[in-house]
Design a protein around this ligand. Structure first.
Ligand code: T4K
Length: 395
């Protein structure tokens, strides 16, 4: 354990971790079950197109989500696109700029116009006030994001959408295992889309799922996922190929079986980070409140440079030198990257502050609470002598 600033790798010491500690290292369920599931698909020579694994995966996920309709897709990005088409959205879509770029790309790829809103300072999600400020005559839908698996005023967004007669879709990519007032985050809005990408709390290698209480919407989405086919020779409209493979579904099933263990690991890491960072001036852990009904899958700190003595990027350099590959999710913000940087740039003060100060720390089953505590100690040590650190990293 390092006790002196001079021992930090940024100042010439050995890295604290021999192997890199990643944000987004996949959680892997029971290896035997995964391989057996893939083996069954091979034995049956049924590798895609509504196979038994896909049906079981959709059924199991639906059970986990209180019986909602589930349409699994090859990823969440195409899931968002299909959901927007199935909802019949046209024109402008109001969404937060503070999200992974896939949210905005899905909108633009559908020929719709993203209109970026700010986020609420507490929840860091777009709430009704931020969304309402960006609604105009061309608005065709609201697209909320449960950022980092946390939720803002989802009920307020639902009320706003009802008042303005707009569909409300949620990007729920980060939310599996997270609830609000006893209701899964993926159950809010007219539809929501989960991601089962390798980096998510549960994965199907690549994958996603459209979730909705509306059976007809789910049927339209399922048809669009498979080229618009409703029968062998019958196509009812425009479709794409967004099918999840049987290998992916087998992985997804094993992930759902292991989900409670994954959640426990993330919550334990979150608790270890919270303890290790308690009282560190200028560093605030973005809270999951309460952790038991959150998935705690993204551990994010806010670094206030004035109070901490180092800025977020300086602290990140210290951690990377220690082999702690912290990420600046979701810097620089959708509004700042092509093609959206050519749109009129709205004032997004809360978004800009978060993008300048937030840092995602490694977690998941590849990280132990002891690792998390060690990362917390490194942060504490670096901030005990910020001037020495800054001089060493030359920022
Ligand atoms: N909406 C939101 C809010 C999202 O965050 C995402 C995806 C989407 C929509 C779209 O969902 P999908 O269409 O992907 O289902 C990664 C993921 O590729 C992306 O799915 C995810 N969000 C995003 C938050 O993270 P990158 O560009 O950061 O990936 P990359 O390659 O830098 O990997 C992240 C870290 O994970 C690295 O430290 C390496 C590690 N890693 C990654 C993979 C894939 C591993 O250790 N092993 C692996 O197999 O986007």
């Amino acid at each position: 354990m390092k006790t002196a600033v001079a021992e930090l790798a940024a100042l010439g010491g050995e890295p604290a971790f021999a192997q890199p500690l990643h944000v987004g290292r996949p959680n892997v369920g029971d290896r035997e079950a995964i391989l057996a599931g893939i083996g069954e698909a091979l034995d049956e020579r049924w590798l895609s197109n509504n196979g038994r694994k896909l049906e079981a995966f959709e059924r199991r996920l639906s059970e986990r989500l209180g019986g909602l309709h589930v349409v699994a897709t090859c990823n969440a990005t195409l899931g968002l696109q299909i959901a927007m088409r199935a909802l019949g959205i046209e024109g402008e879509v109001v969404l937060p700029a503070l999200t992974f770029v896939a949210t905005a790309h899905a909108v633009a790829w559908e020929g719709l116009t993203p209109v970026f809103a700010d986020v609420d300072a507490e929840s860091l999600c777009m709430g009704p006030a931020e969304a309402a400020a960006r609604i105009g005559p061309e608005t065709g839908a609201l697209l909320g994001v449960h950022l980092w698996g946390r939720s803002g005023d989802a009920g307020g967004l639902e009320r706003l959408a009802r008042e303005r007669e707009l569909p409300l879709l949620f990007d729920a990519a980060h939310t599996l295992g997270a609830e609000r007032v006893g209701k899964p985050l993926a159950a809010w809005g007219d539809a929501a889309v989960l991601s089962f990408h390798a980096t998510k709390i549960a994965n199907s290698f690549e994958g996603g799922a459209i979730v909705t209480a509306d059976r007809e919407l789910a049927e339209r989405a399922a048809t669009m996922r498979n080229f618009g086919f409703v029968d062998e020779d019958e196509i009812v409209g425009l479709g794409t190929n967004a099918k999840l493979s049987e290998a992916g579904a087998a992985m997804g099933l094993a992930s759902l079986d292991a989900l409670d263990g994954f959640l426990a690991a993330s919550r334990a890491n979150y608790a270890a980070y919270a303890e290790a960072l308690a009282g560190v001036s200028g560093v605030t852990l973005i809270a999951f409140d309460p952790p038991q009904s959150s998935n705690c899958h993204y551990v994010v700190i806010d670094v206030d440079p004035a109070a901490a003595g180092l800025g977020r990027d300086e602290l990140r350099a210290v951690l990377v030198a220690e082999n702690v590959l912290a990420r600046r999710y979701f810097y620089p913000g959708c509004h700042r990257v092509p093609p959206y940087d050519r749109l009129p740039q709205p004032a997004l003060p809360v978004t800009e502050r978060v993008l300048d100060r937030c840092l995602s720390l490694p977690t998941g089953t590849a990280v132990t609470p002891e690792d998390a505590a060690a990362v917390g100690r490194l942060i504490r040590l670096a901030l005990s002598r910020p001037d020495d650190v800054r001089a060493a990293i030359g920022s």
